[in-house]
Design a protein around this ligand. Structure first.
Ligand code: FE2
Length: 209
């Protein structure tokens, strides 16, 4: 008989990559994924577990931590969330352009797919220091391109992420050295527009509830 067993909240886990380490080559190398996912992302998850163990925050859904936590707990929770989302934004097999619904929303807001890509790329190359570039949808259904600093996540400000690009140097330095623009060029070759479509539909459904 077991006695004095106290249920512990389930620890946060490093999610599996949706593809093999070498699947995104030549755009993102297996070596980059080995370090980016296997070391950096794993490190955020491990530090988050250390930070929340034994506190009221342990066991909270990750997106709730992103919305509510502060300081180091926010930083590690948001980096855990952002990276899990970023891996899903990438695929070796996706269509090279968005579906008709996302394409229409992008054209309505930004004029054309090409002008959206230009704005996103300029936002990425113009971002000073580490952070993330996002396509988001606000509560009214309007799309925006925005940059967040460090671990920043639009969920914390009530906007829904549809797509993200990690512009921390650890995302591209092994493959592109200091050439962030070349990394962003390559990013377009591996975006999973089906995932963006699912995020767009889920946001629309949530809005219409
Ligand atoms: Fe990263």
């Amino acid at each position: 008989m077991q006695a004095n067993v106290i249920a512990q909240p389930v620890a946060y886990e490093l999610p599996d990559l949706p593809y093999s380490l070498g699947a995104l080559e030549p755009y993102v190398s297996g070596e980059t994924l080995e370090y980016h996912w296997g070391k950096h992302h794993r490190g955020y998850v491990n530090r988050l577990n250390d930070l929340v163990r034994g506190t009221d925050l342990a066991g909270q859904p990750l997106d709730e931590l992103v919305k509510q936590a502060k300081g180091a707990t926010f930083n590690n929770a948001a980096q855990a969330w952002n990276h899990a989302f970023y891996w899903k934004c990438l695929t070796p097999h996706g269509p090279s352009r968005p579906s008709s619904r996302v394409a229409a929303a992008i054209e309505k807001r930004f004029g054309s797919f090409e002008s959206f890509k230009g704005l996103f790329a300029r936002t990425a190359t113009g971002k000073f220091g580490s952070g993330w570039i996002w396509l988001v949808r606000n509560a009214e259904g309007t799309l925006f391109v925005e940059a967040t600093d460090d671990a920043g996540n639009p969920l914390a400000d009530g906007r829904t992420p549809l797509l993200t690009c990690d512009v921390w140097e650890h995302a591209y330095y092994l493959d592109y050295r200091n050439d962030r623009a070349a990394y962003v060029d390559a990013f377009w070759r591996i975006v999973d527009w089906d995932f963006v479509e699912r995020n767009f539909s889920a946001a629309e459904k949530a809005r219409n509830k």
